[in-house]
Design a protein around this ligand. Sequence first.
Ligand SMILES: Cc1cc2nc3c(=O)[nH]c(=O)nc-3n(C[C@H](O)[C@H](O)[C@H](O)COP(=O)(O)OP(=O)(O)OC[C@H]3O[C@@H](n4cnc5c(N)ncnc54)[C@H](O)[C@@H]3O)c2cc1C
Length: 388
Amino acid sequence: MIYDTIILGAGASALMCAAHLPKNHKTLLVDTNEKIAKKIKISGGGRCNVTNKYVSCENYLGDKAFVQKVLQRFGNDELLEFIAQNGCDARLEKGRFYFCPKSSQQLIDIFAKLTKRHRFALRETVLEVKKKEEVFFVRTNKRTHKAHSVVVATGGASFKNLGASDIALEIARSFGLDYTPFRPALVGFTLQKEQFWFKELSGVSIDVVVTVEEKKLQGSMLFAHRGISGPVVLNSSLYWKKGVLEVDFLPQSNLIELMKNGKKRFISSVLPLPKRFSKAFLKHLDIEDKECKKVSKEELSMLYENFHSYRFAPAGNFGFSKAEVSAGGVKTQELSENFEVKKVKNLYFIGESVDVTGELGGYNFQWAFGSGKICAQFLINRGSFILD
Ligand SMILES: Cc1cc2nc3c(=O)[nH]c(=O)nc-3n(C[C@H](O)[C@H](O)[C@H](O)COP(=O)(O)OP(=O)(O)OC[C@H]3O[C@@H](n4cnc5c(N)ncnc54)[C@H](O)[C@@H]3O)c2cc1C
């Protein structure tokens, strides 16, 4: 039998696409896992951060004009409405993050119900896709499936234990498409020797501003055993190009003012930072923790420079096994606004397999779901066109 569409993957973007395809659109979803939606299941601490109140192309690394058009067609309002219509009212938390109220299983149940009409080939790993005349041949470790259209929704290379692979890029390469290799993103940094003093601070968390590649990001930095993590660090990893980061540990205050106002107090008690951190930093700078009035002019300028703009280059990151996403993917220039490959009719790439990556906070599901919906809409329109 020849399917109308085979969707490679049964993760976020695949399920959204399948959920919008009608029963008479012969659809097969192929996934290496034994269950659908494994990443949705563990996402957002088990409650899936579905989207964000403030979504714009500025929250994404990639082709901003392309992202903007996608968001205009399927933004956060449309996504929230879709899941609400299906019985899940996402809850707004911390003024901007939308989560499933109980658990991410709520979302998985919605997709399981909406895709019941389709066929699934689970525990099947896609090895290769070929096109002969107008038919696609999808070879898996078990058999070869045939279809008129193929949607590549196999995500990025992060979390291999959840089924991730770089098959999307292998397929892209086999069709001669341009892509950016996957790299770990939304991930913590490892440190060079000069910053090993951070390691003594494991467990400490500080609100900072990080400047990376001219992008300013605010949020908490968490000192961890292996390096640094926390939301602002994960977001920095998205934009980092192996260069220097600059950290303002006192973004809300001015160190000179603080010291002026606390002349008789010790430096570490004047700074609005965890004492453990201030003491370790002073030790690293080789400045004694003493009364502020005893600090020399040179020391003051050194303190100001370091607490407000500490510059260092991370050694690397924690790798694909810890990265929430993979940056990179098929270049948007290869795709139409409906995610069809311009030079290979009826072949589509959606979700994380495309070279667009969001920051932390629901932006990646917004992208995965939006691309899945738009692609499905186009498949339906084209399907009826073929049937005519
Ligand atoms: C721990 C964690 C937490 C996250 N939390 C959030 C969050 O709260 N909010 C947010 O916006 N984003 C979050 N993300 C990111 C988000 O999960 C992904 O960006 C999103 O799932 C991408 O959707 P996708 O459909 O492109 O890929 P996936 O959802 O990864 O789906 C790809 C599917 O393809 C299958 N596959 C891969 N290779 C093959 C192959 N060769 N053959 C057959 N099947 C294959 C995989 O098994 C998988 O099921 C999180 C990610 C992780 C790892």
